[in-house]
Structures are given as C-alpha cells and as structure tokens.
Design a protein around this ligand. Structure first.
Ligand code: PLP
Length: 381
C-alpha cells in the first residue's frame, strides 16, 4: 500500500538516522567526505554533487509530486534557470503571458543574450497555443494559477499539444503546491517550485526544486545541477523538509481562509473585482475545479480609486504585512505593479492586466475573522 499524501509529506525520504536513531534528518553540514581508497566512498564525495540532507529533500518532494526524480536548488529562479539550460542557443520557448516577474526577467533579459527567443502567450486560450509553436520550439512554460492574475490554464490540454509536437512542458507549481495540483499526473514533463513559498511555508528560506519522471531529462538536470552549481545548503534543505511535514494541514487552512476572504472582498463596495480560482465568478473556475483539489491561498483584487486608494489601503492594514513573497503562515499583502512585478515593463503589465489598482494577498493561517476585520477596517479608511 502506497502511503497517502499527508503521510508521505512527513516520512518520504526521511528514514531515522542509521547511526543514532535520530528521527529528524541530520543537517550534514559538510563540504567533503573521507574516502577509504581513491574513488571508494559511501556514495558521497563532494557536497555540490551530493549531500544526504539535500537527498532527503529531493526524495521527499519527488514523492509528493508523484515523480521519479527530485532535484533541489538554491532558489526558485536557479531551478528555473537550470530548466532553461536544457536548451541550446537558437531554441524557442513559449511561456504563459502572466508569469512570475523574475521568470519574465530571466527569459526576456538574460536568455535573449544567448539567442533563446521567448513568446508570451495567453494560454487560457489553449486552442491558440499551437499557432505559436515553431520548428525550433523546445519548451512550453506555464504557471497555473498564474502570478498575479490567477489565470488557470488547462494543463492536460496543453500537455496534449506539447506531446504531439515533442516539446518539453514545464509547470511552475509554486502557487498550487502538490497538495492541490499534480502537473506530472496531468501530462507535464517537469514541475518546478520556489520552495521559498508554500513548501517551506515559514518565510525563512530561499530555495527551489525540480521534479520529473523522465530519466533522460533527470540525467541532464543532474549534470547541470552539479556543473552550474546553484545548490542549496544543508541547513536550508533541513528547514524545507521540516516545513513540508505540515504542508497538508497548512494548505487546508490557507484554502479555507482564502475562500472566506475572497467572498468578503467580492461583496465589498470598495472592491471593483476579486479574482480567486475558487469563486464561481472566476473565468476559469471550471478548469481549476477539474485539475485542482483546492484553490490555494492567493487572492488578487482591484480596488476602486486607483493607485491613491491602493496606497492608502496598503498603509492601513495591520494584521496583513506589506511585503513581497507569499505562501508563509503569516498573511502578506502587496502591490504587484510597484513591488513583485516592477521588472515587467509598464506597457506589458498593462497589456496583461497588472494595473495600478491591483492588490495581491497571500492569505495566511491566522484566525480568518481577524483577517477579514483587518481588511474591512483598511478598506473603510
Ligand atoms: C517566488 C517565485 C519564484 C522564484 O522563486 P525564488 O525562490 O524567489 O527564486 C518563481 N515562481 C513563482 C510562481 C514564485 O512565486
């Protein structure tokens, strides 16, 4: 019998330490390992290549995403960069148009210098995706729900197209987490995460992971992980492993709180429009329901009164903290146009809908009545 998600979150990759019985995976804070004879060692030779604490995290996240192989990186962005390093100069990427600001910056401002082209496409219109595929397209990249507009893209439908054209498909699953959505089971080849967010969940680590079931892709990524070297330290791996143990209970509460906050905002007279995949009014609510078992903790809304009203509101919140990032136990709030998505040029922001009246919430696991009261007070002014 295969243990269920909650059980795997706690136990996958985490055997009691054979030497001592320690139940928690030790932090192997070491750069190198003593060899008995040249080349004869216990499977570990140098910690950029392999480290036991990192190996435990890699096995754990692979198990949660129901993939065969996991690889840990020093940040979500270095995990994303490793995936793009599978490509060669002259290759073409198709990416969803509403994408994490740092991913946009990597594709647009770094990869272009290596003659990798990228087109940003609204993938909620899956039928139009095929028109953007060229002879040199090697990678389709998407997030669902997207950041910050929470568009939901039909992962299975996109996978159907990428399989037909033999193109790699990568899904940034940071917002949903494997608790709510498993892209590999929907046909994606590669899943990546910023573990900085929900997986670690406590706003005290920067990290990233990749999971795949494709042996060839895994071997090439393993090579890149070691050759390029953006690996996480053992202590950070330990913290992410510890965070993941409570992922299931945290995600349940994030989801329960978020739907209540979303309904409150949707009915508030100072709010123009609320976006949350769990609301019936969300344009892709049906897609979200089909591929997710819950809708996560991120909500965005448009406030009436433009930038001025947004600024006043953001200065008034007390329980929510005004900060970039998301996915921690504490509730955060931010202004994408000025904060997380400032690296996206204004013209492109406006085209995708990241306007100056847009506010993004990461609903934490505090008491939901406190959260709603805080937002209510700040909206009333
Ligand atoms: C934060 C984030 C990233 C980047 O991760 P870092 O750990 O900050 O490097 C990538 N994708 C999404 C969706 C994110 O939220």
């Amino acid at each position: 019998m295969k243990p269920k998600f909650e059980t795997r979150a706690i136990h996958a990759g985490c055997e009691p330490d054979p030497g001592t019985g320690a139940i928690m995976t030790p932090i192997f804070q070491t750069s190198t390992y003593v060899q008995e004879s040249p080349g004869k060692h216990k499977g570990y030779d140098y910690s950029r290549t392999r480290n036991p604490t990192r190996a435990a995290l890699e096995q754990n996240i692979a198990s949660l995403e129901e993939g065969r192989y996991g690889l840990a990186f020093s940040s979500g962005m270095s995990a994303a960069a490793a995936i793009t390093q599978l490509l060669d100069s002259g290759d073409h990427i198709v990416c969803c148009d509403d994408v994490y600001g740092g991913t946009f910056r990597l594709f647009e401002n770094v990869l272009k210098r290596y003659h990798l082209e990228c087109d940003f496409v609204d993938m909620t219109q899956v039928q139009s995706l095929e028109a953007h595929i060229k002879n040199n397209t090697r990678l389709v990249w998407l997030e669902s729900p997207t950041n910050p507009l929470l568009k939901c893209i039909d992962i299975e439908a996109v996978a159907h197209i990428t399989r037909k054209h033999h193109i790699l498909m990568a899904v940034d699953n940071t917002f949903a987490t494997p608790f709510f959505q498993k892209p590999l089971n929907l046909g994606a080849d590669i899943v990546m995460h910023s573990t900085t967010k929900y997986l670690n969940g406590h706003s005290d680590v920067i990290g990233g992971v990749i999971v795949t079931s494709d042996q060839d892709v895994n071997e090439r990524l393993l090579f890149l992980q070691n050759a390029v070297g953006a690996v996480p330290g053992p202590f950070d791996c330990f913290l992410v492993l510890r965070g993941i143990k409570t992922l299931a209970v945290r995600m349940e509460r994030h989801g329960e709180n978020a739907i209540k906050v979303a309904r409150f905002l949707e009915n508030h007279p100072k709010v123009k429009r609320t976006i949350y995949p769990g609301l019936e009014s969300h344009p892709e609510h049906a897609v979200a329901k089909k591929q997710m078992s819950g809708f996560g903790g991120v909500i965005t809304f448009f406030i009436k009164g433009g930038l001025e009203a947004a600024r006043d509101f953001l200065e008034r919140v007390k329980v929510f903290s005004l900060a970039e990032s998301l996915g921690g136990v504490e509730s955060l709030i931010e202004h994408p146009a000025i904060m997380t998505h400032a690296s996206v040029p204004k013209k492109i922001r406006e085209k995708t809908g990241i306007t100056d009246d847009l506010i993004r919430l990461s609903v934490g696991i505090e008491n939901v009545e406190d959260l709603i009261e805080d937002l209510g007070n700040a909206l009333e002014g």
